[in-house]
Design a protein around this ligand. Structure first.
Ligand SMILES: NC(=O)c1ccc[n+]([C@@H]2O[C@H](COP(=O)([O-])OP(=O)(O)OC[C@H]3O[C@@H](n4cnc5c(N)ncnc54)[C@H](OP(=O)(O)O)[C@@H]3O)[C@@H](O)[C@H]2O)c1
Length: 340
């Protein structure tokens, strides 16, 4: 990292005013007839968001892979059993699990207002999901792609449906020490890193760019409908996400030391995309809690909304190509599974 980049990041990290917060009045809006699904709601940014939506009256469905952890998290929100908090098992590594989750949700609920595709992993070793996708691509992106498509009919029943996808600044650029920064891209010819050398950050970057492009194409497909979608960067946040890179819980100390922000700050752009009036927010837009990376966009430290400097992220042709590939990959996986 160049010295000036490093100084800029330090400056932003210590100037708390550069974080963007939703208006206090938004946090008093009544969400009592809203139904929300949050993937990975048991931890970090997802948990913080679940807690706030529940506080404002929404029914929150925890979509989690580890029911034990999820029950503990729910107890931290309310000690009493409450119909407004539901828990349905979801393992994004398995398309079967995604299907089972939506079958259960569809039977229980008539409509869906808010879908937060939050669950994610970063920095894992090379491995594959149950359907043969590189783990980060499969969990972060393909699982959510399938989940969202299976829930569209329920989202259509809402008068104001919002889908929020979690990206990262790494959708644009990822660091490859000791080399310089690398531009994020979708490897259409080798999406699962079967032939190219595997780099976990490159794979994470691909999965987060995929979520960005997914948002853009989804917004296009559902323009002029009641369904809006947004892509959100939470910033660098103190959560469990670093557990695959730094073992034994030491990542918690590291993140404090490095001044990563709180899950509350990380949840702000998500809450904004849910709580802002639908006439004031444009589907497909990108929201970030902070603008660490985009130093070339002068005067725009963080943005509501902002523009990604990534050419790929803003390319509708790439977005459509990825959508078509994702449809094919999901269909093929399901067919293979049925044949097995
Ligand atoms: N923290 C950051 O600095 C940062 C920066 C940019 C983007 N993000 C994004 O923010 C989102 C939330 O992450 P976080 O920071 O809050 O991390 P976190 O505390 O580790 O939460 C991640 C959640 O995803 C769940 N998850 C992982 N694999 C899953 C699977 N196969 N099926 C279902 N759920 C699964 C985890 O479940 P378990 O608890 O069972 O593992 C956990 O609930 C992620 O998409 C992440 O990429 C985070």
């Amino acid at each position: 990292m160049l010295l000036n980049e490093f100084l800029l990041e330090l400056k932003i990290l210590f100037k708390k005013k550069n974080y963007l917060y939703v208006k206090k009045s938004f946090l008093k809006k009544n969400l009592s007839n809203k139904i929300a699904i949050i993937t990975g709601a048991n931890s970090g940014i997802g948990f913080q968001t679940a807690k706030q939506l529940y506080k404002q009256g929404a029914t929150v469905v925890f979509a989690c892979r580890d029911l034990r952890k999820a029950k503990i998290a729910i107890k931290n929100i309310t000690k009493n059993k409450d119909e407004r908090i539901d828990l349905i098992h979801l393992d994004l590594e398995s398309l079967d699990s995604v299907k089972q989750f939506t079958d259960i949700f569809r039977k229980k609920y008539d409509y869906l207002d808010i879908l937060i595709n939050n669950a994610g992993i970063v920095g894992v070793k090379k491995s594959y999901t149950k359907n043969g996708f590189e783990l980060q691509f499969g969990v972060n992106y393909i699982g959510h792609f399938f989940l969202t498509n299976l829930l569209i009919s329920k989202l259509k029943q809402s008068s104001d449906a919002r889908i929020i996808n979690l990206t990262s600044i790494m959708h644009d650029v990822w660091h490859n020490p000791p080399h310089s920064s690398m531009i994020g891209q979708i490897f259409f010819d080798d999406i699962n890193f079967e032939y190219r050398e595997f780099n976990t950050y490159e794979a994470y970057s691909q999965s987060k760019l995929a979520l960005f492009l997914f948002t853009k194409h989804l917004a296009k497909l559902y323009q002029n409908t009641n369904i809006k979608t947004f892509v959100v960067n939470p910033g660098w946040v103190r959560t469990n996400s670093a557990r695959y890179q730094i073992p034994f819980g030491l990542y918690k100390i590291f993140l404090w030391f490095m001044s990563a922000t709180s899950p509350w700050i990380g949840s702000q752009p998500i809450l904004y995309c849910i709580l802002e009036d639908k006439t004031k927010i444009i589907s497909g837009d990108y929201y970030s809690a902070i603008n660490i990376k985009y130093k070339h966009s002068d005067g725009q430290l963080g943005g509501w909304p902002m523009t990604s400097p990534s050419n790929a992220a803003n390319d509708p042709v790439i977005a459509e190509k990825l959508w078509k590939l994702s449809e094919r990959l999901v269909e093929q996986s399901i067919a293979d599974n049925q044949g097995a």
